[in-house]
Design a protein around this ligand. Structure first.
Ligand code: AMP
Ligand code: FE
Ligand code: FE
Ligand code: ZN
Length: 276
């Protein structure tokens, strides 16, 4: 069955491949389509849509939004929206500005912790895209404070680690409304990482459309459990690779995790609006 990968990242946020590069890779891996879901930016979409047209791959607008739930970082995927919707663009621009301040705060923390990295290097790794912890992690590796990005998260940047600084808190309901106003739908990303069933039920009650069930961080039994939750709440189960290109397992995941093309209509209703 043809699959559409509804979760992957490019150099516009913290992915390794360019927007055109990931589209070409999708074609090589025989994906029918994909949604690029960069963190808090849609900057990849214009170039990606040209590449998708050329490669014969369906491209759906996407984004991975950061929400705060009682101090926890919860990710909400937005799909099939109008990327030029002004309130959405304004939210993303403001949120990325907050990411920049946060990255500065993290570099100050790291100096205090005896593992200094320069903001210039962090920004160089971000390459003008949405700056995040992976760029700080790469600066930590480059400076020789750690050997791998995984180690950087373990020692310094992970949610419980001493160099961690949270992002600006935004309520999930705000993001669900924002994407809906932009003509799209929202899906709760990788629920096993941060969320319980009661929270999913609450989100379903305020307009969430889907739940990401197939994700590399979910064991088979975990995926099965979330699939049952999705079905019981009338949410569409989705799948995606969350490909970044830096993590072990990424290469195996890309092309194997996805959403069956026939489920897209259920997710988007009759208004699937591919960019290419
Ligand atoms: P941020 O959005 O700035 O808080 O950064 C979160 C991102 O860091 C996630 O989307 C992942 O791409 C990345 N990440 C989280 N944990 C790890 C890890 N252990 N190793 C490498 N990257 C990670
Ligand atoms: Fe990421
Ligand atoms: Fe995520
Ligand atoms: Zn992601």
């Amino acid at each position: 069955m043809p699959l559409v990968d509804l979760h992957c990242h490019t150099t516009a946020s913290d992915g390794r491949l360019s927007p055109a590069g990931i589209v070409e890779k999708a074609a090589i891996r025989s994906l029918a389509g994909l949604a690029i879901t960069d963190h808090d930016t849609t900057a990849a979409l214009p170039v990606a849509s040209i590449a998708a047209q050329r490669a014969g791959v369906t491209l759906i607008s996407g984004v991975e939004l950061s929400a705060d739930v009682d101090g926890r970082d919860v990710h909400i995927l937005g799909f099939n929206f109008d990327p030029s919707h002004a309130p959405l663009r304004a939210h993303l621009a403001a949120f990325r500005e907050g990411r920049l301040e946060r990255a500065r705060a993290m570099t100050r923390r790291l100096t205090d912790l005896g593992a200094p990295v320069s903001m210039e290097r962090v920004l160089a790794f971000a390459g003008g895209g949405a700056v995040g912890r992976p760029h700080v992690a790469r600066a930590l590796v480059e400076a020789g404070h750690v050997d791998t990005m995984g180690q950087a998260f373990m020692r310094y940047l992970g949610d419980q680690a001493p160099g961690y600084v949270p992002k600006r808190p935004v309520a999930p309901a705000t993001l669900i409304d924002l994407v809906r106003d932009a003509g799209g739908v929202t899906v709760l990303a990788h629920p096993a990482e941060s969320i319980d069933e009661a929270f999913v039920r609450e989100m379903a009650g305020i307009g969430l459309r889907g739940l990401e069930v197939q994700h590399p961080s979910h064991e088979e039994a975990t995926a099965e459990r979330w699939r049952e939750v999705a079905l019981s709440l009338d949410l569409v189960p989705t799948g995606g690779s969350d490909y970044h290109g830096f993590r072990p397992g990424d290469e195996e995941s890309f092309g194997t995790y996805g959403t069956p093309a026939e489920d897209l209509e259920r997710l988007f209703g009759r208004s699937v609006r591919p960019l290419a």
